[in-house]
Design a protein around this ligand. Sequence first.
Ligand code: GDP
Ligand code: MG
Length: 163
Amino acid sequence: GKNIVAIVGRPNVGKSTLFNRIIGERDAIVDPKSGVTRDRHYGQAEWNGKKFTVIDTGGYVPDSDDVFESAIREQVQIAIDEADVIVFVVDAITGVTPIDIEIAKILRQTKKKVILAVNKIDNDKLELYSSQFYELGLGEPFSISALHGRKVGDFLDEVVKDL
Ligand code: GDP
Ligand code: MG
């Protein structure tokens, strides 16, 4: 494949935060006029000597809670079609939601590699929120904190393993 890693998941789980963490802050594009960081959907990254392209699929639809479920399903389908590795991000604190279950159902049908990232595990005490996501049927959940970088290295080891 072309080493494409797509990040999927419902709004507010931390897809863009993880995207920025993976590509590194120095790559963020700042609009020279406004000084505001523009939303970016594609980025280049390298881990363990492997180069890959990261796609934040959430960037293609408004990341608000009232986004249509059909739009999320479409994002997931695009990821399945285009990516070599699909990172499915869920929110540890919110827990398993009906949309998560819908997305998992679609992802269980692909032969592509799917990594379940349980985000917002900011410290050891929050680790207990990770195991509830086994019910999504996507194997071992990887707990991470995209915001603080906690365990993102272990997660990236798994992402690039077969690239
Ligand atoms: P997206 O809609 O999936 O792209 O989610 P965002 O990346 O925009 O994040 C949604 C909110 O969750 C923001 O307020 C982030 O700061 C917050 N967030 C993202 N990652 C983490 C994390 O690891 N821990 C905590 N506590 N908050 C996070
Ligand atoms: Mg986003």
